[in-house]
Design a protein around this ligand. Structure first.
Ligand code: NAD
Length: 488
């Protein structure tokens, strides 16, 4: 038997204009570790999207409204209070995330939720530091810029880091004075709904934060809505393209954080044991359902045998386990559909001639209903194979080999994605040379996957555009206005 969850799960409603409303149609959210239905969730209709956008617009426009009258310092304090409430409820939020997504409680309790708190506090601090500039032009003119909020922002989030990726968007959006309509993914709505309650408890004025649950139809209605000024989206590249098309009619501002197929390059002169741990962390953290997963491991031929032996030795000891067990490091795949997608890629790897060196199968963990997959490693992979080209979004590592530095850079870059990359070497010149030439939004050196609220994160090429986190995110949630005053 898997451990039973202790958290109370209410049926999900919609948060519109500070009120929880039932909505019409319902859908189920399930626990991927057991296959059991957790609860019913409201599916936002077009009319619900209209109502949420009107509430957000009213809260944003009303000059006498609480949000508009609030000083930036008060706004910052409110975001800080929200961070305190997340921290106070951290165990409950972590458990909700784990039972809804299947990720190990170790990750949700000690990585995701603490970072949600950090991100909110980081942007709470920014609320008082967003300003325009005075610019000297002519003797007879006073010229300055104002940095103003964009307006109503639609935040559309995927299922792999549900509350964390919501906070990456909501933090800067609110710090800059926008109002939001937030939509979690249909697979994982539970933490966002609890978070919605915490925004009410913190005292955000009605309409500033609206939470709409639902699937692609709700997302499309948000994207098409003329009352929304900007969309911040994280998700797949194919949906990102649809959003770009959908947003064009109303010329919305958009930022897109999309998929990845990140290269992890290990030179023979690196600390091999450290690089082995980094490669494992790079692909199996978050069950590989991580946009920046190091899914293409490039090994320099000279050290390939030693590296592979050590890698497979470690992988052979990894087993998926009960996500609620604090010792588990590999949880359940988010849904049956995603598990079938990953198994399809494993079959493609085998049929295209890659060598299956570890894993490859579904496994039962204390019963047989959960969606658990073995950690999987393919050797003898070349750049043309499907498993080397496409994002799998599961615990599947493709190992490729190289002999030459120019060759590996060229092969690492010859993929449509450009989200992240890593390089392992003790040679400082090589570090800088390779980092400059890799087409990626983030390059890690002798580590994998580190993040901080203060450092921008985002992609190039098919991995999207715009940056989240850090000061860079603020640019995407503000408009610059130039003011000319004639003193002549
Ligand atoms: P998805 O694109 O299917 O869905 C993401 C969100 O968009 C969900 O809330 C969904 O309901 C909504 N949606 C779906 N179709 C829509 C449409 N036509 N219009 C508007 N909204 C729509 O992605 P997913 O399967 O939930 O997440 C996995 C993908 O997200 C992977 O490709 C992964 O790489 C990417 N991802 C990227 C980052 C990053 O920071 N770059 C982070 C996490 C995940």
């Amino acid at each position: 038997m898997l451990a039973a969850s202790k958290v109370k799960i209410e049926p999900g409603r919609l948060l519109i204009d500070g009120q929880w409303v039932d909505g019409g149609k319902k859908f189920e959210t399930t626990n991927p570790a057991t296959g059991e239905v957790l609860t019913q969730i409201a599916e936002a209709s077009r009319a619900d999207v209209d109502a949420a956008v009107s509430a957000a617009r009213k809260a944003f426009e009303d000059r006498n409204g609480l949000w508009r009258k609030m000083s930036s310092s008060e706004r910052g304090r409110l975001i800080w209070k929200l961070a305190d409430l997340v921290e106070r409820n951290i165990d409950e939020l972590a458990e909700l995330e784990t039972i809804d997504n299947g990720k190990p409680i170790f990750e949700s309790r000690y990585v995701d939720m603490p970072m949600v708190v950090d991100v909110l506090r980081y942007y709470a601090g920014w609320a008082t530091k967003i300003h325009g500039e005075t610019v000297n032009t002519f003797e007879t003119a006073f010229t300055y810029t104002l940095r103003e909020p964009v307006g109503v922002v639609g935040l559309i989030v995927p299922w792999n880091f549900p509350l964390l990726l919501a906070s990456w968007k909501l933090g800067p959006a609110l710090a800059c004075g926008n109002t939001v309509v937030l939509k979690p993914a249909e697979q994982t709505p539970l933490t966002t709904l609890r978070f919605g309650e915490l925004t009410v408890e913190a005292g955000f004025p009605a309409g500033v934060v609206n939470v709409l649950t639902g699937g692609p139809e709700a997302g499309k209605a948000i994207v098409a809505h003329p009352g929304i000024d900007k969309i911040a989206f994280t998700g797949s590249t194919s949906v990102g393209k649809e959003i770009m098309r959908g947003a064009s009619d109303t010329l919305k501002r958009i930022t897109l954080e999309l998929g990845g197929k990140s290269p992890n390059i290990v030179f023979a002169d690196s600390d091999i044991d450290g690089a082995v741990k980094g490669a494992i962390n790079g692909i199996f953290y978050g069950k590989g359902e991580v946009c920046n997963a190091g899914s293409r491991l490039f090994l320099e031929s000279k050290s390939k045998d030693e590296f592979t032996e050590k890698l497979l030795g470690r992988v052979s000891k990894m087993r998926p386990g009960d996500p609620l067990d604090p010792k588990t490091r590999l949880g359940a795949i988010v849904s049956q559909e995603q598990m079938q997608t990953v198994l399809g890629y494993i079959e493609a790897g085998k049929s295209e001639g890659a060598k299956l060196m570890a894993g490859g199968k579904r496994v039962a963990v204390n019963g047989d209903k959960g969606f658990f997959l073995e950690p999987t490693v393919f050797g003898d992979v070349n750049n043309d194979m499907k498993i080397a080209r496409e994002e799998i979004f599961g615990p599947v590592l493709s190992v490729l080999t190289f002999d030459d530095i120019d060759e590996v850079i060229e092969r690492a870059n010859s993929n449509p994605y450009g989200l992240a990359a890593a390089v392992w070497t003790r040679d400082v010149k090589k570090v800088h040379m390779v980092s400059r030439r890799l087409k990626a939004g983030t390059v890690w050196i002798n580590t994998y996957g580190l993040m901080d609220a203060s450092l921008p994160f985002g992609g190039s090429k098919s991995s999207g555009f715009g940056r989240e986190l850090g000061a860079n995110a603020l640019e995407h949630y503000t408009e610059v206005k130039t003011v000319w005053l004639n003193m002549g």
